[in-house]
Write a protein that binds this ligand. Structure first.
Ligand code: PLI
Length: 460
């Protein structure tokens, strides 16, 4: 029996349409993962039962979004839908100028080309794969300035996404502020396990960067989830709404890149935003080279309509309570089975610590990659590696060996039920019981860029 005081949360929506799932046998899955080179990105989704590969573009849209879809103005230039999106971004995020892009990395490409001069440093609160590759392609050097606790899966620090101001000051002192293009501040840091920064840290960061004339570029892909954690964990914000907190976060930053495929509840889309008229002017020039005209940037009118509504829905407190409530439900269930996960439980998924799950597999035999493959074989649940494969190679060709070697169980928004979470946790527990029999992998094909998407492996 539950203690009487405990009250459950529930989803603030009901279902109107469902998508049927296929189940497969263990033998079929064994064949499928071998054919996919032990890379879950190379599995056909038809062979997947519960898809926790990513929360990117995998969200369910609401009836309001689908009806907005039908209002899409597909004019090549000056689409009405663009102006609706622009108005939503002004209203909810507050940035002055916006450039729509087909997704987040489209915005990262344009922004990096404009704001980074060859040889400049780009500090950030942990790397993200696509963000760093665009910084490097533009001639920049990424420097990790996140607090040390972020690299420790067991640290219970409530704001593991915080910037270590001392690390940033040291970089400024050593290299000079003019050698720093800007600082990338990601909300709810993906690679750390969906971990937020605090408003207190952001305010201090704003003071420090303003003193040195260094812009803050906000990777706002999961800003509403970060805002929810601020509301829950930072006393001064307990009575503020997610919407108010998001607006305040944006107000301390100079521009942003956004993959709307996450927080903003759409299947495709993104944008770049800036408060700087010169940066905007250059971005308007560049977007036509890579994405499309500045009033659609690679999107259909209907995509921009759905995004404008999705932004608004993402800022609802009840939506975030249910979204993160589901992540916590899965995490607590895994903990009850003794499975080592990144703590505190983050915003967009559960990150299993593959180093302690599979202590007998050295990092150069890709423990997280091997574990993701095993979980798929056990139950058809698709997860992904976030460790040495994702980290890739340094510009000098050496492998990065990140401290965190994780398997990400990412929850799409408004897609799966609590019963699906039970199946996922029980499958992971079954694999945990026979963990010592799991073998590592060796990489037999390595693509040049973002290797985790297409690399192939064999059993070591
Ligand atoms: O996948 P894009 O190009 O829309 O967005 C790139 C991107 C930028 N920043 C952050 C923090 C991301 O998480 C991100 C994409 N993430 C993916 C695809 C993911 O599976 O986490």
């Amino acid at each position: 029996m539950l203690p009487r005081k405990r009250r459950s949360w529930a989803e603030p929506y009901k279902m109107k349409m469902v998508e049927l799932l296929k189940t497969t046998t263990r033998q079929q899955r064994q064949r499928a993962i071998q054919k996919a080179g032990y890379n879950t990105f190379l599995l056909p989704s038809e062979d997947v039962y519960i898809d926790l590969l990513t929360d990117s573009g995998t969200n369910s849209m609401s009836d309001q979004q689908w009806s907005a879809f039908m209002l899409g103005d597909e004019a090549y230039a000056g689409s009405k839908s663009y102006y609706k999106l622009e108005a939503a971004i002004h209203k909810y995020y507050g940035y002055k100028y916006i450039i729509p892009t087909h997704q987040g990395r489209g915005a990262e490409n344009i922004l990096s080309q404009i704001m980074i001069k060859k040889g400049q440093y780009v500090p950030g609160n942990m790397y993200f794969t696509t963000t760093r590759v665009h910084q490097e392609l533009a001639g920049g050097k990424f420097v990790d300035v996140i607090i040390d606790e972020a690299h420790d899966p067991t640290s219970l620090h409530p704001f593991k996404g915080n910037v270590d101001l001392q690390k940033l000051e040291d970089l400024i002192r050593k290299q000079g502020a003019d050698k720093i293009a800007y600082l990338t501040l990601a909300s709810n840091v993906n690679m750390a396990g969906g971990q937020p920064f605090s408003m207190e840290n952001l305010k201090a960061l704003r003071k420090l960067t303003s003193r040195h004339g260094i812009p803050i570029i906000h990777d706002m892909t999961r800003v509403a989830e970060n805002a929810y954690f601020i509301q829950q964990r930072e006393k001064a914000y307990a009575k503020k709404s997610v919407r108010e907190i998001v607006r305040e976060i944006c107000s301390y930053t100079d521009g942003a890149t956004m993959s709307a495929k996450k927080d903003a509840l759409v299947n495709i889309g993104g944008f770049m935003a800036t408060n700087n008229a010169e940066v905007f002017e250059e971005a308007r020039n560049l977007v036509v080279v890579y994405e499309g005209l500045h009033t659609y940037g690679g999107l259909a009118g209907r995509d921009m309509e759905a995004m404008a509504v999705g932004i608004q829905e993402s800022l609802d407190d009840n939506h975030q309570a249910a979204r993160i409530g589901q992540v916590v439900y899965l995490g607590e269930k895994m903990q009850s089975f003794g499975i080592p996960i990144v703590l505190p439980i983050g915003g967009h998924g559960i990150f299993v610590d593959a180093k302690s799950f599979l202590p007998h597999i050295p990092q150069d035999h890709f423990p997280a990659q091997a574990l993701a493959a095993e979980i798929y074989v056990d139950s058809g649940v698709r997860t992904m590696e976030r460790g040495v494969v994702s980290a890739g190679r340094k510009p000098n060709g050496e492998n990065y060996f990140p401290k965190l070697e994780l398997v990400r169980f990412t929850l799409p928004r408004r897609v799966y039920t609590q019963a699906h979470m039970d199946v996922v946790a029980e499958s992971t527990a079954a694999v945990y019981e026979r963990r010592m029999r799991i073998r590592g992998l060796r990489m037999v094909y390595e693509p040049k860029y973002l290797r985790f998407f297409q690399a192939r492996f064999e059993k070591a």
